[in-house]
Design a protein around this ligand. Structure first.
Ligand code: ADP
Ligand code: MG
Length: 665
């Protein structure tokens, strides 16, 4: 197969930019699907509804007025005469267009119409009016230096020259069965759609293909796993293990005990463990993972515990050390900020077996880490790592048992499919002595009351989380932001309490520092985006305030709420929103994460911007597990049938699919 650089027009610079957005091969390129299409059908101001996305032609009537704000932001306003009336236009951060936007120039404005103010907040201004009434334009994820147009050109060049060589992962019999277009044609259409109908048809076809490959891998893995005795054989010193369990300062719940038993059985069995431990936030999954690691140690193997963030890794490390006090077990922490000289030593001791347990971020299996005898890998609060990462382990000659932990309860049917190749343990019961969390739904007008509730808690010496959907102001949005809230909170509480912020754009070290200061009580109010969603345990934090709560998925809200109620004091979660209170009422009335996930699943697709992290949705280029559930079920059935009926090893397609899984897994 040809390489990216063989494509006409792709030079070293373009190559570099393509790599930057994750495109390394021609196949990557042609499957870099548009994430949106702009249907450029001209709208009519008199018919347009409030908040409608509109495309409209017109002539510029007034000299654009440019305003500049801090942090390099700017905004331009002008009046536009259209066939259906005069309308105001504002656009952010396009100061560079000012010279082109002369009075009298014809432009096409694309954006959101505010009927009350008679203003379009434009996302785009095209410097020409449309020739056809309707045009469907693909919009790609780009990067600075690589425009939508560049991408479109490269993709079409690639399709022209190499379109025939792009592999099609749908077996022929299913292409026939469903009357699908061939791959090249489908790709051509998705990148250059002429009509909506054709586009819809190929989208389904490409989704089917992606899901087929996905389900094929899962079914294949499951089949292999069941067939082979491919795990480690081991004996666990149960007496020692019991001793450890007895040393835990609290009594395990029944669900915890059952989960531990499941895991021990898996460890002892000659098949490889591939288990998902699901449990609501605060249900106590961590101790289950610790016991598993001790069991693994007692059978003579090393364990690795991976957390999605450094903060969480550090917390697990400290906890684990505490639990293991008085044992000979040697635990280490390895993250991005481990000093180089320590890293060297840790690498060495991992490979000579001196270290028995290592806690860290994903780097634990990705870097050049060599283990002496890795027997157990646990990943926390992360959607399972992909088949490819498992292949990564395999390539190192490792076949550890694997335990995934997730606090995102997944609806049953959904889980059965997505985690179809895994066994599952579920913790439903909460540890005793937990105070329930009271949830309130408040409107923006009730903010004074909310501040009072916060003050009451602060005065008690407790701490407060405040969550906003955005970090700083952005175009098209008047949502709460971390930066604005910091100003407001400082005004309200700054005299007596320490306030700070944390968000995903901060450097890892800075985030950790803030988090530690919050955990140790130096900071009383922590304002944040959803970065604090996962795992962190600060028992003294008793209040969670979430602004624009309607912007978050129910599961995300539930996760956030799980950050409080971790100590012995009564906790509360305050959801602030003027809209969608019906959905938020579910939060008020339901505190079972599993029920919430069912509700969430039913409700999804309604513009949920932030809840997309769960369940590996991101792994797909075109399919969406939520919307495409039916296709998923179909591909599950089809791929299973295909795997079983055609058990010939020289089936080429099957080989191709299996190759991408890695034969030995
Ligand atoms: P999660 O399942 O969300 O990861 P954690 O494992 O962090 O929950 O547990 C939350 C808190 O509950 C921790 O402080 C932990 O020590 C405590 N805990 C766990 N199991 C029990 C138990 N059986 N009894 C009392 N406290 C427990
Ligand atoms: Mg946890």
């Amino acid at each position: 197969m040809a390489l990216l650089k063989d494509i006409k027009g792709v030079g070293p610079r373009a190559l570099c930019l393509l790599n930057k957005i994750g495109i390394y091969t021609i196949e990557d390129l042609v499957t870099h699907y548009p994430f949106r299409y702009d249907v450029l059908e001209r709208g009519d101001l008199t018919k347009a509804e409030d908040e409608e996305h509109i495309v409209i032609d017109g002539k510029i009537e007034s000299v654009p007025i440019l305003m500049r704000f801090k942090a390099g932001l700017n905004k331009m306003n002008f009046r536009l005469v259209t066939q259906s009336g005069v309308v105001g236009v504002s656009i952010f951060n396009r100061a560079f267009l000012k010279n082109q936007l002369q009075v009298g120039t014809g432009v096409t404005v694309i954006g959101k119409f505010d009927k009350g103010k008679n203003v379009i907040t434009a996302s785009e201004i095209k410097m020409s009016t449309l020739t056809n009434k309707v045009k469907i334009e693909p919009v790609y994820h780009c990067t600075s230096g690589l425009t939508n147009k560049n991408l479109s050109t490269y993709i079409n060049m690639a399709l022209l020259a190499y379109g025939k060589d792009i592999p099609d992962y749908i077996p022929e019999e299913y292409i026939k069965k469903y009357n699908f277009l061939n791959k090249k044609t489908a790709l051509n259409i998705i990148h250059n759609p002429s009509t909506d109908e054709k586009l819809k048809e190929v989208i389904i076809r490409l989704k089917y293909e992606e899901l087929f490959a996905f389900m094929f891998k899962i079914n294949y893995l499951k089949l292999q796993n069941k067939k082979k005795n491919n795990g480690l054989s081991r004996e666990i010193d149960k007496k020692e293990l019991d001793k450890f369990i007895k040393s835990i300062p609290f009594k395990l719940t029944n669900d915890q005990t059952t989960a531990i038993e499941d895991i021990i059985k898996d460890l002892e069995s000659p098949s490889r463990m591939n288990r998902l431990l699901q449990g609501d936030v605060g249900s106590g999954k961590t101790i289950v993972s610790f016991v598993s690691m001790v069991a693994n140690y007692l059978s003579g193997y090393q364990s690795a515990l991976m957390a999605p963030t450094e903060i969480l890794a550090v917390q697990h490390y400290n906890n684990l050390k505490e639990f293991l006090k008085g044992t000979d077990i040697n635990v280490e922490l390895l993250t991005g900020s481990t000093l180089k000289k320590d890293k060297q030593r840790i690498y060495e001791e991992l490979s000579n077996g001196n270290i028995h347990m290592i806690v860290g971020t994903h780097a634990l299996i990705q870097e050049d880490v060599e283990y002496n005898n890795l027997g157990l890998v646990i990943t926390d609060e992360q959607h399972r790592f992909g088949v490819n990462q498992r292949a990564n382990l395999q390539n190192k000659g490792l076949r550890p048992d694997i335990l995934y932990m997730s606090a995102t309860p997944i609806p049953r049917t959904y889980a059965l499919t997505i985690y179809g190749d895994m066994d599952m343990s579920i913790i439903k019961e909460r540890p005793k002595g937990r105070q329930p969390i009271t949830t309130y739904v408040k409107s923006n007008d009730e903010i004074k009351e909310v501040l009072q509730m916060m003050l009451d808690e602060l005065k008690e010496g407790h701490q407060v989380y405040v969550i906003a959907p955005l970090i700083e102001e952005s175009e098209n949005s008047d949502l709460a932001t971390v930066c604005n809230l910091k100003d407001q909170m400082t005004l309200a509480f700054g005299k007596n309490f320490k306030i700070d912020i944390i968000h995903g754009k901060m450097a890892g070290g800075a985030k950790d520092l803030i988090m530690q200061e919050f955990a140790s009580g130096k900071i009383q109010i922590l304002i944040s985006t959803t970065v604090i969603e996962v795992g962190v345990d600060v028992p003294n934090a008793t209040t969670m305030v979430i602004f624009d709560a309607n912007r978050f998925g129910l599961s995300t809200l539930h996760q956030l709420r799980g950050r409080v109620g971790r100590g012995t004091s009564k906790s509360q979660c305050i959801l602030i929103s003027n809209s969608d209170t019906k959905r938020l009422d579910i939060m008020k009335n339901v505190d079972d994460g599993f029920l919430i996930s069912e509700e969430d699943f039913k409700l999804r697709g309604h513009g949920d911007l932030f809840g997309t992290k769960q369940s590996g949705d991101m792994e797909f280029k075109i399919a969406n597990l939520r919307e495409d559930y039916k296709i998923l079920l179909q591909t599950k059935k089809d791929s299973n049938e295909y795997l079983k009926n055609k058990d010939t090893d020289n089936d080429i397609l099957k080989k191709e699919l299996v190759l991408s899984v890695n034969e030995n897994l």
